[in-house]
Design a protein around this ligand. Structure first.
Ligand code: G1P
Ligand code: ZN
Length: 543
């Protein structure tokens, strides 16, 4: 078999965002586009000759084609062995699990997470390092620089590999092993959680509904919930992965997972509901007629971690992204463990976990996980809740209310304005920043401004600095408004406004978050001049 060297023009737009390179499928389908990025990764990370890497994606449109290209390029670049998920599919947390379990050099994750799929949808690619987590910024920056300069790439001339059958295949001098990652992942879950206790919960008639949203977690959910935990077959829905996610938007939130939300708020609602996203790293937790915010979910898992076998000796520390509510900070304080505040994106948690400083991490964007992998993990979060419910035998609502009684409630909401013209989004950010000099000490309604800044983070382990991570308006009573632009979109700009107010008064805990945040939302809309600048009178998504 011959290795061909092919010319590429180099591309100026291959800058990885919050989570890898994400573009429209059509952009990836341009000649040399995918190859240019993959060669830039190989050149940057310098995989030692003969090393093993892991490869898999969320099964979206273009996954199979991309896998075949990457395999042939890996063979031409001296990789020794590639572990590929069966049919080219691996959930993001399963890929992280496999990289760690088989001590691979790293892996490529093909996903655009919760972004819609199909020929008109999005595709993405991300490099994960040896610890199983996303490559840190200094690597992604170097890949971006390389992608601009690149003039040629190497690829093996060979027939496609059979991806549907488990087994080992040769591709030039490289070995391709098609693996069953559902088993590896389910085994890891069985080590962490008390499956016998959860099995007993289902045997006692407990009902749940898990929505895989026609994305990657269907087969994992079937193996774990139905086969291993004995839940009734109708406990999972939309469990067959489809390349276009059935035309849906595979993002587990109150807007996009409405089918599940209607069931959980309906007359015959089960006790527990959950959903996961395109690549299986996000989670949404629902009780009967009850929504648990991701920030509260993280805090509640932290507070109850010792109910779970894998964490029965306690947790070393916690970390949350800056926009995530401070609910977990209060738990950390009570447990006397450290709590870190990082920029948005999972890649900032890796160093803290590797150094043993934190066990649990989370983001307000429906992401929670622990040091068992180096990605967020949707099904892990669902199992945390099931394990806690199995031990406590209380309803989801009772658990949350009891938590708020003990720690107070960090009332929280996020407003997203999707698909804005980039110029308007920048103008709005600029307009807010300009007010930073005179805002401190001003009284805005019942809130008094304490400080404002553009969040900047110094990694406590390697000292690297990440600036411009979001505008913060901090009030004296601990309430906050945070404003940032999304780094995962593929077209236009998405503006996110995060609102948080602390409510210690138990008599107000049952009130609706939108009601409790009404005044803060008004202040945010006024400060940003959102309607005047963008013409929008309501958000695209409210969570
Ligand atoms: C969003 C979320 C962020 C998450 C990322 C990847 O990024 O806000 O917390 O880590 O997706 O799932 P954003 O679009 O805000 O940059
Ligand atoms: Zn995802």
């Amino acid at each position: 078999m011959t290795i061909r060297t092919i010319s590429t023009p180099g591309f100026n737009d291959q800058k990885p965002g919050t989570s890898g390179l994400r573009k429209r499928v059509k952009v990836f389908q341009q000649p040399h586009y995918l190859e240019n990025f993959v060669q830039s990764v190989f050149d940057t990370v310098q995989i030692p000759a003969g090393a093993t890497i892991v490869l898999g994606g969320d099964g979206r449109f273009y996954n199979r084609e991309a896998i075949q290209v990457i395999l042939k390029m890996a063979a031409a670049n001296g990789v020794g062995r590639v572990l590929v998920g069966q049919a080219g599919i691996l959930s993001t947390p399963a890929e992280s699990c496999v990289i760690r379990k088989y001590q691979a050099f790293g892996g490529m994750v093909l996903s655009a997470s919760h972004n819609p799929g199909g020929p008109e949808g999005d595709f993405g690619i991300k490099f994960n390092i040896q610890n199983g987590g996303p490559a840190p910024e200094k690597i992604t920056e170097a890949i971006f620089e390389r992608a601009k300069q690149l003039r040629e790439y190497r690829i093996l001339e060979a027939a496609d590999i059979e991806l549907d059958q488990l087994g080992t295949y040769a591709l030039g001098d490289m070995q391709v092993e098609v693996i069953d990652a559902v088993r590896d992942y389910a085994d890891l879950m069985e080590e962490i959680f008390d499956f016998a206790a959860i099995k007993a919960l289902f045997a006692a008639g407990f009902r749940m509904k898990f929505d895989a949203m026609h994305a990657v977690t269907g087969p994992y959910a079937r193996e774990i919930f139905i086969r291993r935990l004995g839940a009734p077959a109708d406990s999972i829905m939309n469990a067959n992965p489809l390349p276009d996610f059935g035309g849906g938007h595979p993002d587990p939130n109150l807007t996009y997972a409405h089918e599940l939300v209607e069931i959980l708020y309906g007359a015959q609602a089960p006790e527990f509901g959950a959903a996961s996203d395109g690549d299986g790293d996000r989670n949404m937790i629902l009780g009967k007629h009850f929504f648990v915010t991701p920030s509260d979910s993280l805090a509640i898992i932290a507070a109850n971690a010792t109910c779970i076998r894998g964490y029965r000796d306690g947790i070393a520390g916690v970390a949350r992204s800056m926009p995530t509510s401070g609910a977990v900070d209060r738990v950390a304080k009570a447990l006397n463990i450290p709590c870190f505040e990082t920029p948005t994106g999972w890649k900032f948690f890796g160093n803290l976990m590797d150094a043993g400083k934190v066990t649990l991490c989370g983001e307000e964007s429906f992401g929670t996980s622990s040091s068992h992998v180096r990605e967020k993990d949707g099904l892990w979060a669902v199992l945390c809740w099931l394990n806690i419910l199995a031990v406590k035998r209380l309803s989801v609502e009772q658990i949350v209310m009891a938590h708020w009684r003990e720690f107070g409630r960090n009332v929280y909401s996020r407003l997203d304005y999707e698909d804005l013209p980039v110029s308007q989004a920048n103008q709005l950010m600029q307009h807010v920043t300009e007010q930073f000099t005179h805002l401190p000490c001003q009284q805005l309604g019942s809130y008094r401004v304490h400080a404002c800044d553009n969040f900047s983070y110094t990694d406590p382990i390697d000292g690297s600095v990440s600036r411009n991570q979001g505008l913060r308006i901090l009030f004296e009573d601990g309430s906050r408004i945070v404003i940032r632009l999304s780094g995962t979109g593929t077209e236009g700009a998405t503006l996110r406004i995060y609102l948080e107010a602390y409510e210690p008064d138990t008599s107000r805990h049952a009130l609706d978050a939108q009601e409790l945040l009404k005044e803060l939302i008004k202040i945010a809309l006024n400060l940003t001049q959102l309607q005047a600048i963008t013409g929008r009178d309501k958000p695209t998504v409210i969570t």
